[in-house]
Design a protein around this ligand. Structure first.
Ligand code: AHR
Length: 507
């Protein structure tokens, strides 16, 4: 039996929990939009054609922010194709995913869906094939109250009041050679800063995200961030980060330690941004928008892209509909721990994507929608993480991994809401076979004043178990009745390969 411990103290705060880190992502890709959030013929569809079963799951998941409309898709997208009378909207080629885009669902539909889902919108602009003018046009359509051509066009399309979108991505993954309109860091930095300046002339208090590296393994990683921020530092608020994790060559121990890699990635982006800030003698801090992250078996997908003949391009095909298992859910829980731990610098994040495409929610055309395993740690973390993030330093066993060297077996983060007195703790045991007994002295809190009001553990004797349309609740978090607080110490056992969340309420 392994033992671990850490102290919880309300004085050791990192930063307030930013609700924006519980973001998700809707891209015009595969079946995320069509038969995902939108399916007019579905039995649950509302008058707008939105699937209410998917809307209900989106709300239950506690999604706060949704990035739209891409992704690689946005770098060839013409937003104006998706507004106005549907019968006049053109069908276009989507070069990113070798599909046909019907434009039946566009900007006004998405904004309406976002209103019903109760989420903030992060709108990604096309800086691949387009630039300053498109950014100004889409901003005018979204945010100009009236009197101008595009504001009046929106109003004639039935939307009287401006949408008031505040958060814009200045493109997507333009460091990647696969991206339509791929650029060097300097080329991108110049375009991004001019777009940002033009947008701020229209609306000074927008929050703008410059494109960072599409992964930390890109050959240009860090140089890209440095050069982009040298051009854009004063004009942007965020630099983006993207990361997808998977078990490579059956190496589950390294996969379970993906959070260590995410920690290192964030620290490297922050260090790079701060070094640019120091050289510019700026007091401003650039935040990280981790606007694509998840588990994705990407190596399976890359070998599957073969279609090149555009006469065969499908509409809304099944693309990367990864089925998630127990280990994937534990990894997603641990990535959320990493994001929360960095709340002083990561203040926006989007799990990619929301429905069907590497997604926590799955749906079938004309059929059911259900929660994948990875839905659960997201939903519980979003619900319980409140107030201030607390710094914790787990002491305990370590294990060797092939990809990341020696890593702690237990990872954890906590939050404390001074207004309600509630404390939430999020934990992962990465060991493949050993449980860990954990003791957490509640130092700095008044002794004996807490009761355990919720305790959940997600694990399974079959780590490959998944949720399916036939068995949608095969893997769910289970109430953990072994959690106690006595004499100012929280105690519990963490099963091997498990994720847990506990809520303590002041009595
Ligand atoms: O989320 C899937 C894809 O992954 C996005 O379109 C792209 O930005 C990233 O490479």
């Amino acid at each position: 039996m392994l033992n671990a411990s850490f102290r919880l103290d309300p004085a050791f705060t990192v930063a307030p929990v930013s609700r924006r880190i519980f973001g998700s992502f809707v891209e015009h890709m595969g079946r995320c939009v069509y038969t995902g959030i939108y399916e007019p013929d579905h039995p649950t569809a509302d008058a707008d054609g939105f699937r209410q079963d998917v809307l209900a799951l989106t709300r239950e998941m506690g999604v706060s922010l949704v990035r739209y409309p891409g992704g690689n898709f946005v770098s060839g997208y013409r937003w104006e194709d998706g507004i106005g009378p549907r019968e006049q909207r053109p069908v276009r080629r989507d070069l990113a995913w070798h599909s046909l885009e019907t434009n039946e669902f566009g900007l006004d539909e998405f904004m309406r869906w976002a209103g019903k889902a109760g989420v903030e919108v992060m709108y990604a602009l096309n800086l691949g094939t387009r630039g300053v003018q498109e950014a100004l046009d889409v901003h005018e359509y979204l945010n100009q109250p009236d009197r101008t051509h595009l504001a009046e066009l929106r109003r004639s399309n039935g939307v009287d009041k401006p949408y008031g979108v505040k958060l814009f991505c200045l493109g997507n993954e333009l460091d990647g050679p696969w991206q339509t309109g791929h650029k060097t860091a300097r080329e991108y930095g110049r375009l991004a800063v001019e777009t940002a300046r033009a947008l701020r002339t229209a609306e000074p208090d927008l929050q703008l995200v410059a494109v960072g590296s599409s992964s930390s393994s890109m050959p240009t990683f860090a140089t890209w961030e440095s050069e982009v921020l040298e051009e854009t530092y004063d004009a942007v608020d965020y630099i983006s980060a993207h990361a997808y994790y998977e078990p490579l060559n059956g190496d589950v121990a390294s996969f379970l330690a993906s959070g260590v890699d995410m920690d290192h990635f964030i620290d490297s982006v922050v260090a790079t941004a701060d070094s640019v800030g120091a050289r510019l003698k700026s007091k401003k801090k650039i935040m990280v928008s981790f606007d694509e992250w998840n588990v994705w078996r990407q190596s399976d997908f890359q070998s599957g892209v073969t279609a090149v003949d555009s006469s065969e391009w499908p509409i809304a095909p099944r693309v990367i509909e990864d089925q998630y298992d127990v280990t994937d859910a534990v990894v997603v829980g641990s990535l959320l721990i990493s994001l929360l731990r960095h709340s002083d610098r990561v203040t926006a994040a989007c799990q990619a994507q929301l429905v069907n495409v590497i997604a926590p929610i799955r749906s079938e055309a004309g059929g059911p929608a259900w929660r994948q395993t990875i839905f659960h740690p997201f939903a519980i973390t979003s619900r319980l993480a409140r107030g201030q993030v607390l710094r914790v330093e787990p002491q305990g066993p370590v294990q060797e991994t092939e990809r990341f060297g020696e890593v702690p077996v237990v990872d954890a983060v906590a939050t404390h809401d001074p207004e309600t007195g509630e404390v939430s703790v999020f934990l992962v045991n990465r060991h493949l076979s050993e449980p860990v007994t954990l003791a957490v002295p509640l130092a700095g809190f008044e002794l004996g004043t807490f009761a355990v009001t919720e305790a959940w553990t997600l694990t399974d004797s079959d780590l490959s178990a998944t949720n399916t349309a036939e068995e949608p609740d095969r893997v769910v978090p289970v109430a953990n009745s072994g959690v106690t607080v006595a004499d100012g110490v929280l105690r519990l056992e963490l099963p091997p390969v498990s994720w847990s969340a506990i809520r303590l309420t002041a009595q």
